[in-house]
Design a protein around this ligand. Structure first.
Ligand SMILES: NC(=O)c1ccc[n+]([C@@H]2O[C@H](COP(=O)([O-])OP(=O)(O)OC[C@H]3O[C@@H](n4cnc5c(N)ncnc54)[C@H](O)[C@@H]3O)[C@@H](O)[C@H]2O)c1
Length: 267
């Protein structure tokens, strides 16, 4: 079955990050018009590359901070006036702190409250706010699919052994607020699936596992050994699951978490 999203208008938050351009490209490739949101409007090389392969007129980039309700309302208004009411919402913007991000590291007991709160503010409350603004409009119009990007760590603890080879003091710790906030994203997806199901809105979480990026070779090796499929995900392997949830292929799927983790969490 071909996936035809040519009558759909998709909003993708955090479109300038590592995964954002891939979500946008998958949706553009299926014919959707796409409104990308991010904190800046200087298009990244990865986004430019994705747009080169598609009809640029079907993409707009809007500056919006998902922690700011008025930004989101402005973005909705731009979306409606330029492309129409959104029918697909991909809540992808998030704060992660992988080892290669160069962020400060703390021992567990010393993690400042504002660091945890900042992660929550974007990942959990930003996603909630985006659903309040875009999702409510979709519900009012009676059609749509919301895909909240969760994480493997919404339901699985980061394995500290994956980071022990990194020579740093204090040792690298994945922030606890990351998984906590992503568990909140999955919970919100179930909440909204129940609230909006009868209004024709499906809401699901898509939780990637480890996606190949700038990780060091030892991490890749350890992560692969811990994963039934024996390796990390290639970014393009996320497109199929996204299109499945965005399209009518999943017309009876709501309130679930689609784990795309190579089986990492199954044992
Ligand atoms: N990359 C992975 O391996 C992986 C694995 C599991 C889950 N995820 C999740 O996928 C999503 C994207 O990950 P990524 O690797 O592309 O992250 P990234 O850090 O590369 O990109 C995140 C994007 O979100 C934007 N952003 C941050 N705060 C924002 C705000 N307040 N308002 C608007 N935009 C904001 C950033 O500017 C950035 O462009 C995140 O939610 C992340 O938690 C990623």
């Amino acid at each position: 079955m071909d996936i035809d999203l040519s009558s759909e208008v998709a909003v993708v938050t955090g479109v300038l990050g590592r995964l954002g351009p891939f979500w946008a490209e998958a949706l553009l490739g299926a014919g959707a018009r796409v409104v990308g949101l991010d904190l800046r409007t200087d298009r990244s090389p990865a986004l430019e590359e994705a747009l080169e392969r598609h009809d640029r007129d079907r993409f707009i980039l809007v500056k919006a901070d998902i922690t700011d309700r008025s930004d989101l309302e402005r973005a909705l208004s731009d979306c409606v006036s330029l492309f129409g009411t959104p029918t697909i919402l991909v809540n992808n913007a998030g704060i992660d702190q992988p080892p290669n991000a160069g962020s400060e590291s703390w021992r567990f007991g010393d993690i400042p409250g504002e660091v945890s709160a900042g992660i929550f503010e974007v990942n959990a409350l930003g996603t909630l706010r985006s659903c309040q603004v875009f999702g409510s409009e979709m519900a009012r119009r009676g059609r749509g699919s919301i895909i909240n990007i969760g994480s493997l760590y919404a339901g699985t603890a980061p394995d500290p052994r994956l980071y022990e080879h990194l020579a740093q003091d204090p040792p690298f710790l994945k922030p606890p607020a990351y998984g906590m906030s992503k568990a909140g994203v999955c919970s919100l997806s179930r909440y909204l699936a129940a609230l909006w199901g009868r209004q024709g809105i499906r809401v699901n979480a898509l939780s990637p596992g480890g996606v190949l990026g700038g990780q060091d070779p030892r991490f890749r090796e350890l992560f692969g050994a811990r994963t039934p499929l024996g390796r990390m995900a290639r970014t393009e392997e996320l497109a199929g699951p996204l299109l499945f949830l965005a399209s009518d292929l999943s017309s009876y799927v709501t309130g679930t978490e689609l784990l795309v983790d190579g089986g990492y969490s199954c044992w």
